[in-house]
Each structure stands twice: as C-alpha cells, then as structure tokens.
Design a protein around this ligand. Structure first.
Ligand code: PLP
Length: 411
C-alpha cells in the first residue's frame, strides 16, 4: 500500500484519460456521489432531450409523433445503443419494462425451450427481486427451485436443470462471477443461462456473444444513468430468437400490432419480447443518457474502476484503522466489480452521517455500507475527501446523533 498523500492522489487525476468525461454529467456542487451503482446522475443531454420530447414531440406533434418522431422504434434503437456496451449485436437487445418483469419473461421462455427438465438453479442470497420472481416462475411451472451458495452452485446444475439464473455481481460484496466459464459449465449440462447484469453493464467490459450467453436482463438506472425507474433491457442470443414463445404476449410484440388481429402472432427477432406500449419519456431519457458512452472504451473504464476501488480500500484501511470497519469486497481488484462494500455494526448511522456531509453512498442490511465506483465522473480526489469525512465522523462520533439512526423507507 503506498503512503497516500493528497498530492499523490491529485496526480492520479492529472494522469486520468477519462477525466474529461465528468463534464458530461450534472453533479450538484460540492457533493461526492458514491451511489451511481443505485441511481446514476443525470447526463447533461437528458434535460434538453426531455424538454424537446415534452414540448415539441408530445406538445405539438401529439399522436403523429409515434411515426414522425419514431417513438415506435425507440425500444429497438435504445437496445441497439446498449448492445456494444454488453458485447451483443444490435438486434439482440431491446429496452422495455423493468428488470423484474424482463426476468419473468426470459425465464418463462427458457423453460419452454428446455421443456422436460425439472429444476431452476440460482444463488442463495441473490438480489431479492430475482429470487422472488424465480420462485414464482418455479411454482407456476411446477418446477423445483434450488438456491445454493456460490461455491456449491455448479454442483447443483445437472441433466435435470432447465435453467441457471445468476446475477453477475453480488450486490452486497461486489464480487462477480466469471461469466464465460460459468456459462460454459452450465451449457455442458445442457442448462440454459440467464444473467442479470444490473450491477455490471456500464461498469465493466462484457461480451455476451463471445461467452455464448442465452439470455440477459438488466437495469437502466444504475451505471447506465437512465434516470429513476428507467426502462430495463433484455438480451436474447440470436440463435434463440425464433424459439421464444412470449408468455406476456402483448400487442407490441405482435408481428403487425396495427392489424388489430384477433390472434397473436409473435414478431420476428427480438421484437416479440415487447409487451405493452413503451413509456416514451423514460425511454427518451435513457436514449439520451447512453450517449455518454458513445466514445468510451470499456477497458479503460474497468482500469480506472479497479484503481479507484484500490484507492478507496487503501484509504479506509489506512486512515480509519481502529474504527471497526472491515472491507468485505474482495481486496483483489480483478475479483471486485465497481463497488466497495465496508461492514460496520453502526453502518446505517455512519452512512446517514456521511450523507449529511455530502458524501452519498447507501446501506444494505446487515451492516453493509456500499460505495459505488463510477469512472466516468468520479475523481480520485473525491475518494480522498470522502474518507476524510468518514474519519472525522468516527473521531467526533457524530454518527451517534439520534436523527442518524432514524430509518427511512429507502436505505
Ligand atoms: C437493481 C436490480 C434489480 C432491479 O429490478 P427492478 O425491476 O428495476 O426493480 C433487479 N435485479 C438486480 C440484480 C438488481 O441489482
């Protein structure tokens, strides 16, 4: 561990090839934002785009804008913009619905493709919504759902496994799976694989096509900065497109929605995975937000992410030693995604005290303080200041103030 000084940290910013990207985001003055893994900040182009959609396209164009402003194609266009970020071809990704709903859709599709097999396997402690949906699907389909700890997962995948459903990055620890190797091992047993990329897309390079992934889903509002409750997306490998039998067979996934036919006929390709009318305001915000990734090399993002994460771990362990923190994210940057999680018995109150000082992270029971690492707009010096605030809060015991222990509905 180098002996960090403010000057050394500043020199990392001076050498940062991504430093210019910060200008693409609206960040409130004086705030240190370490929660872009939960809700990304607003990219600068979004406000103008939303104003244009509201005032011109909706306000003046009204229903004509479905054609004139090409609203009807937005889910495909946003999907195509997302594709290079996750290593997919443009026609393999579509923006729609929420991650939870998309997981339901692709899991039902996978079970139909792998009919006859009796098990769905996932990780115990997976992100809650994923496991709730998986269990509902299992009970709806009369299948068995096995939730296993990460180190026993692959043993549970066998010739009776229809589908392995995993979240790429563990939301508590930030540890992540080897996506390609895990996919291959599941495929060796004939299981299909669904990945939830909510905590990796936009934060690290992904190559779904090379890894041979069957299905993926993920969130638009975290590292992709699409805005609160932004549309999610789903990926289906091209080879499986025709095999998907949509269970939420809404009219937007019909081959010809405006025939108003009595019978459902699925659209070709990825389009059949749509269900109802897309929310154009949210879709337009995500579309504009993704422009921030236009000339970004994801390998560069990953390099800076690892460097930022290492610095944060070093600073906490160096400057806040003796205050009872333990870093629960992997120390090895190659095993850690774009967040650093630090456990402390008083984690909730300490996080509230930090937020009151303008350092924003979040908290997950039990004891986990999470700090999102977002290379496009985070500076190394931000982490220096954040840890100084943390140390002062511990030294002065400000976290003991009663208001910091009050629980809010969203932590
Ligand atoms: C954030 C997140 C979700 C969110 O799902 P919504 O349907 O958007 O609420 C789902 N899964 C994982 C793994 C997540 O990290």
């Amino acid at each position: 561990m180098p002996n960090w000084t403010r000057e050394k940290v500043e020199s990392l910013d001076q050498a940062d090839p991504l430093a210019e990207k910060r200008r693409l985001f609206h960040l409130p003055e004086g705030l240190i934002y370490l929660d872009g893994n939960s809700l990304g900040p607003r990219p600068e182009g979004v406000a103008a785009r939303l104003t244009a959609v509201v005032e011109d396209e909706w306000g003046e164009g009204l229903i004509r804008s479905w054609n004139a402003a090409e609203w009807i194609e937005l889910p495909q266009r946003v999907g195509a913009k997302l594709a290079p970020i996750i290593g997919a071809r443009p026609g393999e990704v579509i923006a729609c619905d929420s991650t939870s709903v998309n997981l339901f859709k692709v899991l039902m599709a996978a079970l139909t493709i792998n009919k006859g097999r009796q098990k769905i396997v996932t990780e115990a402690g997976n992100f809650p919504t994923d496991n709730y949906i998986i269990r509902s699907v299992a009970s709806l389909s009369g299948l068995e759902c096995l939730a296993r700890p990460a180190d026993q997962l692959l043993e549970a995948v066998d010739a009776d496994t229809a589908c392995l459903v995993l979240t790429h990055v563990n939301y508590r620890t930030g540890e992540f799976y080897d996506l390609e190797a895990t996919t291959r091992k599941a495929h060796d047993k004939g299981a299909l694989v669904i990945w939830d990329l909510s905590h990796s897309a936009g934060a690290m390079p992904l190559d779904l096509d090379r890894a041979g992934v069957d299905f993926a889903v993920g969130c638009g509002y975290k590292f992709l900065n699409g805005g609160p409750g932004a549309p999610a997306y789903l990926f289906v490998a091209e080879a499986l497109h025709d095999k998907v039998e949509p269970v939420l067979s809404g009219w937007m996934g019909h081959a010809r929605p405006f025939d108003f036919a009595d019978d459902y006929e699925p659209a070709a390709g990825i389009d059949r995975n749509l269900c109802g009318t897309p929310g154009i305001l949210g879709m337009a915000a995500l579309d504009a937000a993704l422009d921030a990734f236009a000339d970004v090399d994801m390998e560069e993002v990953r390099r800076k992410s690892m460097q930022l994460g290492d610095l944060l771990v070093d600073l906490v362990e160096d400057q806040c030693a003796d205050h009872g923190f333990s870093v629960i994210s992997p120390h090895d940057a190659t095993m850690r995604a774009s967040q650093v999680s630090i456990a402390h018995p008083q984690g909730y109150a300490i996080m509230q005290a930090l937020i009151s000082k303008g350092v924003i992270g979040d908290y997950r029971d039990p004891e986990v303080m999470r700090f999102g690492i977002t290379p496009l707009y985070l500076r190394f010096i931000d982490l220096w200041h954040a840890v100084r605030h943390l140390r002062r809060i511990m030294e002065k015991e400000t976290w003991r103030r009663p208001e910091f222990s009050e629980r809010h509905p969203v932590t």
